[in-house]
Design a protein around this ligand. Structure first.
Ligand code: NAP
Ligand code: F7E
Length: 338
């Protein structure tokens, strides 16, 4: 089996590629040219599989439709997992056009799938952000969408296009509506990793405080490793469909902060301050998912609990901070965190 994974350098890109390689897949992934190395998450996979057929990397960008078409023709994958996106909600307010262009990339990929002689299955990384989270309710595949950011609107466009290609051309187009999922490989500007990074550094006396935005926002947070298995299960089901993946629990940012600091015996109130610069023009207040459909039909289950997730992230970031501390003490790293 051959899989094409766009956005392989991201959090989910790493976990999904590892999962697929372990299942015997040949994985083909797209990376973007950058002036600094951007493959750190998948470096362990590159080191292990470079030069073998198991992992193959190509320069591409969602905005470059010709590169996407060429890749689909060249690789002729059995499955495409479209994970690439400008995935930061707050940034999408600053770069709305760029964020939206990534959604057009999804459309370009769908065209390539439609024009291919091969029956290629297509997974689209849809998001719980599309719901808008204005009410305190459980959200499933039948709940209404009400996007609150350029990111959410662009995801909804791609989600709808995917459904339209499924219904109009009979393509195997799957939408995975995933609620927030985190890990020690989460990008450092997302709130969970920002917190765990800070806790590691504060515990090691190389950071003094942590500035956050809205502590009252509530999210249904799961572990990324569990969610990539769900993506694959959706693609193995006999019919293409829309599927929600979530834990069924919601917690506020403050609860995350509390568990993270407590896990290393610190009182968060002594270190955390809020700053309006981290507030968004429009906030998604409350997200709680209902993944009954995926759990009953696909037999998918989230395995890592909220507390285990927070503690796993803090533990890994304490190790990183210990290494940073050594470098600072040896004058090999000259940096301070707030
Ligand atoms: P991530 O860590 O931000 O990774 C995004 C990936 O997309 C990176 O490989 C990035 O490349 C790539 N990318 C960004 N813009 C691109 C472009 N124009 N062309 C090609 N590649 C581009 O995101 P993630 O957490 O792994 O999430 C994976 C996908 O699921 C995303 O589409 C995200 O929106 C969606 N999603 C995530 C969550 C979540 O909680 N994690 C929930 C629902 C949906 P660089 O490494 O070069 O930046
Ligand atoms: O924010 C609040 C912030 O940026 C979570 C992406 O993967 O999940 C993610 O989007 C909450 C928000 O993730 C800070 O206002 C407080 O209410 O970690 P986040 P997100 O916006 O939920 C969805 C499902 C996706 O699809 C996205 O791709 O935390 N918050 N203080 C903060 N957020 C950040 N980033 N930084 C703060 O200082």
């Amino acid at each position: 089996m051959k899989a094409l994974v766009t956005g392989i350098t991201g959090q989910d890109g790493y976990y999904l590629s590892k999962f697929l390689i372990d299942k015997g897949y040949e994985v083909h992934g797209t990376i973007r040219r950058a002036s600094t190395f951007n493959t750190s998450r998948i470096d362990p996979l590159i080191a292990k599989y470079e030069g073998t057929k198991k992992l193959n990397l190509y320069y591409s960008d969602l905005i470059d439709s010709s590169s996407l078409n060429q890749l689909v023709s060249l690789i002729e994958p059995d499955e495409i997992y479209n994970l690439a996106a400008q995935s930061h909600v707050a940034v999408s307010f600053k770069n709305p056009a760029y964020t939206s262009q990534a959604a057009l990339g999804t459309l370009n990929l769908l065209e390539s799938v439609k024009n291919s002689k091969k029956n290629i299955k297509f997974y689209q990384a849809s998001s719980s952000e599309m719901y808008g989270g204005a009410k305190k309710e459980k959200l499933d595949e039948n709940s209404l969408f009400d996007p609150k950011s350029p990111y959410a609107a662009s995801k909804l466009f791609a989600h709808n296009m995917n459904k339209i290609y499924r219904e109009s051309y009979g393509l195997f187009c799957v939408n995975g509506i995933l609620f927030n999922h985190e890990s020690p490989l989460r990008g450092e500007t997302f709130v969970t990793r920002k917190i765990s990074r800070a806790v590691g550094r504060i515990k090691n006396n190389i950071q003094k405080s942590l500035l956050l935005g809205n502590l009252d926002a509530s999210r249904d947070w799961g572990f990324a490793g569990d969610y990539v298995e769900g993506m694959w299960l959706m693609m193995q089901h006999k019919d293409p469909d829309d599927w929600v993946l979530s834990t069924g629990e919601t917690h506020t940012v403050e609860e995350f902060v509390n568990i993270a600091f407590s896990s290393v015996d610190l009182d968060w109130k002594e270190y955390v301050e809020t700053d309006d610069k981290f507030l968004r023009p429009n906030e998604v207040n409350y997200l709680l998912g209902d993944s009954t459909k995926a759990q009953s039909i696909l037999k998918w289950k989230p395995k890592v609990s909220f507390k285990q997730l927070v503690e796993m992230m803090v533990e890994e970031d304490c190790k990183l901070a210990e290494q940073e501390k050594i470098l600072i003490e040896k004058n090999l790293l000259d940096i301070t965190w707030n």
